[in-house]
Design a protein around this ligand. Sequence first.
Ligand code: PMP
Length: 396
Amino acid sequence: MKLSQRITHLTEGGSDGWDVFYRARQMISDGYAVTELTIGEHDIRTDASILEAMDLSARQGHTGYAMVPGTDLLRDTVAARLRARTGIPTTRNNVLITPGGQSALFAAHVAVCDPGDVGLYLDPYYATYPGTIRGAGAVARSIQTTAENAFQPRAEQIEAAADGAVSLLVNTPNNPTGVVYSRQTLEGIAEVCRQRDLWLISDEVYDTQVWEGEHISPRTLPDMAERTLVVGSMSKSHAMTGSRCGWIVGPEEVISHLINLATNTTYGVPGFIQDAASFALNAGNDLEEQIAEPFRRRRALAVGILDAQNTIEMVPAQGAMYLMLDIRATGLSGDEFANALLDSHAIAVMPGESFGSAAAGHIRVAMTIDDERFASALSTICTFAAELAEHHAVVS
Ligand code: PMP
């Protein structure tokens, strides 16, 4: 039987740059002790207080269908959070609760892209982006950012790619680069969106993990609230990846249509999960800071380790739970380096190439293991890179 183009072309096929990830997984299931620095998942579990709120809600009967747009309580809580963080007027009518940020990214593209429209995204990119855009029926077009500009996109690059485009997807703090977009970068992005009449889909799921500079939501820039769809999530801020709870914040008209989409796709998010999320968001900043703290600490450790060597260059690690390391001095691609590192030291990292071509010659290191093992693995990576670089200098 014939399958739809949309489903068969969702991924581009092949496993470019992901081989090392699957090899590490296989080694682990074969019983090898692999230091796993590939995936963006906390090394702590959801806080007990949040689980208690979830348990209480479920026991009180919030296990039936919940309101499709989200409970009033959670929509109000998310709206209040955005008002407090941005000063932009936001009510529950601007909020749709979704099963995680990923589903919000998909819904946002469905809301603004017609079949065949171009959806822009920036390379390097979070692995699902092109598939999400294609899944929504649009044509995914990437824009290369450069290591030389710390992977901050320039307005003229976006402008040059904008023909036929209806949307631009951005992510700050950024996965995989760890970069936080500057006000200047965001103003450039906003300017192109206004000029070329683009929707801006702003993935802000790492907004509580900022180590340097400040997180600026582009929705706050002049005339941007009317054309920006903010994607948020409980996954990273509250270590609730498995709870699948996120949101889209945007203009009321868009949200009203997105509620129809939710009615016909997800049919909402479990009530006890939403109650747990409301509890967690109302628990205030301390809880969020507590969850971000291990990454802040490890990022500081990493800066110390990397400052003491001169083979690897670190892309400024300003936010999110990753380090993007430039290993081009070794003469290897990110893919070759990651495979060699796994073979020789049983340390698994992601090749930059798995996030597009702009991060070729880089590796992404997730800061998701305890401090001591993290520091030790990073030191090993540095020594390994230095040896390779020395060999490379001799042979070339
Ligand atoms: N955006 C980015 C940049 C991510 O890294 C992730 C998860 N790794 C998501 C969105 C989706 O997160 P979730 O669906 O768990 O909210």
